[in-house]
Ligand binder design. Structure first.
Ligand code: ATP
Length: 365
């Protein structure tokens, strides 16, 4: 297995720039997810790593070796588009061994590698069974076995769960992560689904319009979004934003929003007067009658243990996730108490997070 290093990687299609100077490192054995909306450049980046697309500029290093100009088959990478198509007329053993057969590997070696892979996936007792008679989960394991049997330097996966229904998707998310924990194969996984990304990734790059807006662990990205785009893309419901207009001096700990003073994490940079936004996640709001930050209940969505309450404020709707037992009337006035330690501040023009005690040294990426 190997580290993947991407340096100033850029891809232009005519006058259109699909990937703008990406930089990231996927550590040896890491599960790395590229996440973003359709058309943001995820697949193009993956295809360049695979050697299926030549970059306009920049470098790709695999295990320290510059492979930028190498052909796909010279890179020892497994590109997995589709995990689920099995050959129905072959048994489990032949399905898993098929990629080795097409590479001309000897029969004895195929046997050895197939058996080792099957043991790893805990399906060695099924090797001589027909795939058509297998339960869903076992079929997925066979498909995975076929993808990993070659033991390449790394795996590249492009929305491999895209066509599955929710039940199998959840099963496969769990299965893929569990497999990763056992084989530690360097993996680059592309998806537009934030839940898949959060559940599987060691590191995530959130992309938008060809730019990596943030690179970090799922927790860093959720807790300290570097931009309003990231804050909005991650989380369900996404982060709330309330606009405010203020110049902030370094060391500030208070702002005015909706006419009320709100305590914020200590601001670590001077900010000229600008249109700003206060960001906070639905679970970081409490209802407190004493709070001067007010709105009226607009609607509720019952979720079992919690509920999402939409509150209409003078600056738009805010969504709060609160315990399901609390009950409200539509139109009722409520006070919103925000968890100071979890607030984010953004400059609305650029969308970037202002550096605060919460954001550490600097959030610009
Ligand atoms: P999706 O999930 O929809 O595939 P993505 O984030 O993977 O989205 P890409 O497939 O990388 O996005 O495409 C990025 C942009 O580059 C899109 O606007 C796409 O239309 C454009 N693009 C991709 N391949 C080509 C090509 N061969 N020629 C011209 N434009 C292309």
């Amino acid at each position: 297995m190997a580290e993947i290093r991407v340096e100033n990687l850029r891809k232009e299609f005519g006058t259109f720039t699909a990937v703008q100077n990406s930089n990231f490192v996927v550590g040896d054995g890491e599960f790395f997810v590229m996440l973003g909306p359709s058309g943001c450049g995820k697949t193009t980046t993956l295809r360049m790593i695979a050697g299926l697309e030549l970059p306009t500029s920049g470098k790709i290093l695999l295990g320290g070796e510059d492979v930028t100009m190498r052909r796909a088959r010279e890179r020892d990478i497994a590109f997995v588009f589709q995990l689920f198509a099995l050959y129905p007329h072959m048994n489990v053993r032949k399905n898993i061994g098929f990629p080795l057969l097409t590479q001309g590997v000897s029969k004895a070696e195929i046997r050895r590698q197939v058996e080792e892979t099957a043991r790893l996936l805990r399906i060695d007792h099924l090797l001589d069974r027909a795939v058509s008679g297998l339960a869903g989960g076992d079929r997925q394991r066979v498909a995975l076995g076929r993808a990993i049997v070659r033991r390449p330097k790394c795996f590249l996966m492009d929305e491999p769960l895209g066509t599955l229904d929710t039940e199998f998707r959840d099963l496969m998310v769990h299965e893929l992560r569990e497999l990763h924990n056992r084989i530690h194969a360097t993996t680059v996984y592309v998806t537009h689904d934030q839940l898949e990304a959060m559940a599987m990734a060691d590191k995530i790059a959130v992309m938008n319009h060809g730019v990596i807006e943030q690179f970090g662990t799922p927790q860093e990205i959720y807790d300290r979004p570097a931009t309003m785009f990231v804050a909005d893309f991650i989380g369900s419901p996404p982060m709330n934003f309330l606009p405010f207009h203020a110049g902030l001096a370094r060391g500030s700990r208070e702002i005015t929003v909706l006419g009320a003073r709100v305590a914020v994490p200590e601001v670590r940079e001077d900010m000229a007067p600008a249109d700003m936004a206060l960001g906070f996640r639905p679970e970081h709001i409490r209802f407190d009658d004493a709070s001067p930050l007010r709105g009226s209940v607009y609607g509720t969505e019952y979720l079992g243990t919690t509920q999402i309450v939409a509150v209409e404020t003078a600056q738009g709707i805010v969504k709060a996730r609160i315990p399901a037992e609390q009950s409200f009337q539509v139109g009722e006035s409520v006070g919103l108490a925000l968890n100071t330690a979890r607030l984010s501040l953004f400059e609305r023009g650029s969308g970037r997070a202002v550096s605060t005690a919460l954001h550490g040294g600097g959030a610009r990426v």
